[in-house]
Design a binder for this molecule. Sequence first.
Ligand code: UPG
Length: 630
Amino acid sequence: NLHLLSSEQVHVELAKMLMEMGQSHLFEKWAAPGVDDNEKRAFFDQVAKLNSSYPGGLKSYIKTARELLADSKAGKNPFDGFTPSVPTGEVLKFGDDTFINYEQAGVKEAKNAAFVLVAGGLGERLGYNGIKVALPAETTTGTCFLQNYIECILALQESSCRLAEVSNLAISNVNASVYEEVSTFMLLSSNNIYLKFVGKCQEIPFAIMTSDDTHSRTQELLESNSYFGMKPTQVKLLKQEKVACLDDNDARLAMDPKNKYRIQTKPHGHGDVHALLYSSGLLKEWHDAGLKWVLFFQDTNGLLFKAIPASLGVSATKQYHVNSLAVPRKAKEAIGGITRLTHADGRSMVINVEYNQLDPLLRATGFPDGDVNCETGYSPFPGNINQLILELGPYMEELKKTGGAIKEFVNPKYKDASKTSFKSSTRLECMMQDYPKTLPPSAKVGFTVMDTWLAYAPVKNNPEDAAKVPKGNPYHSATSGEMAIYCANSLILRKAGAQVDEPVQEVFNGQEVEVWPRLTWKPKWGLTFSEIKNKVSGSCSVSQKSTMVIEGHNVILEDLSLNGALIIDSVDDAEVRVGGKVQNKGWTLEPVDHKDTSVPEEIRIRGFKINKLEQLEKSYSEPGKFSLKP
Ligand code: UPG
């Protein structure tokens, strides 16, 4: 009832609560009554915010903190009583029949999905000054992560809608003329006539979790780029709040070192996303609109959407309440391991064990070597890439009970072995992948393993740290993130029938990487393997030095021999067949030093810049059929 009281009374109530919870030190240095009143009011405003943004309020935060700090001091193993084992999941192979079927099922389901990007992290390990979603995923086109994500969602939306429409046509044999007024996209009917679609596609909602560190810059990025083609109403930003820092094992709240009228705060972790989706009412809105799936993803993975259709297909086919995407994991790699934990009392769950906990857990449970590779050269535990697909109905039901609260942890850095004081203040944290921890054993929790080259190439490490990564382990840098996109696109085109040259090895920012031809395309050109395969025909070949940028939707590669740079842009109604021999000097990669501040930060952190020497560039701005055969 606090909000019904006048603000002064609210302050009194909050002060009482803090006193009751052993926080009187917060007021010790306050000036005499009547002095610094504005600052004192601001203090209570901050307390009110900390209180309302945490499920159960500050009282509950302090209580949980005391319990977790006591466990930590006692050295209690969070996995006490549990034995880890390797779980079984769905292992997919790109391009085979199973994969294609899952992709088809996933595209069909996509119209019932909502996407959630967690982008509140500052990316301290990367050390980039901007927000991570504004970084170019690759510099051939300069497309940033956020643009890529939005264009992928829009492409999926259109493919899903088209698929639904094609099946409607097949069922109802609709009169073609109905479809001829406006064109949003083209359909191929069962008797191979192109029809123009006039219906409205269901918009796939897109929510982005931001924080004080990223909110305004994310908003500006969207606004200054017209939401990258998405309707502004389709995108919702949810800002997570920070939580109070803790000074000692009694969970005394830490004062801001610079202001005696403020509590020091730090991020609470990506697990906040569940409480925010629930408390904002968004989940209910999606549920009421008949949606079925919520897909969570992270800020810098330029490959992710290549794996989304098939993994959504797995969720739909297997009716998984929770489906985590995973890739083969190198031992000690900084990605969590998906593990089956079986308790002595018979309980069992499949859950992520975070990368810093897997080794101690294994050592404590009869695996003296800890987190090591097995005979395959990989850890036997699949690596969690933190792409989660939740079925909305059961998810809503669970959140009605928990309010979205996720099992938290605390990670204090103690001054010495007595564990009585901390080197610096700590706070409670939570992770979005810990959601299944509160689920009943009946919940269907599964995971889907994909090839790393297809699904996972995040940008997390700065050049110095990346250069120190042990040989054979992934760099997870801006350099490797960009190279992974060219590699994946080259391998996909190969699988689609083109002959693509082998990569060459080069060193940028101290990291040895494979440089494949720089092949890029808009997601609307092809997100699934079937879509891409349909656009590659005859005998196509691409040399290693080549660059290709496909901006159009309906561009068909037909007997193309590419040895140079080719840039094609076309409106959706133009069908462009590209073939023949394209030969020019192309675009080259020129090394730059990451310390060279004359080069923009987003370029120098990858260690190369693109020299555009010569290219064949064509743009088709009118509808019609065209052929480009130089
Ligand atoms: N993030 C927030 N709010 C926070 C902290 C992080 O939104 O308070 C976001 C961040 O922007 C990013 C994501 O959460 O999009 C993940 O953060 P990051 O620092 O990249 O996570 P890691 O510590 O590297 O680990 C996560 C998972 C781990 C998984 C790995 C895969 O915890 O299990 O293997 O991501 O990339």
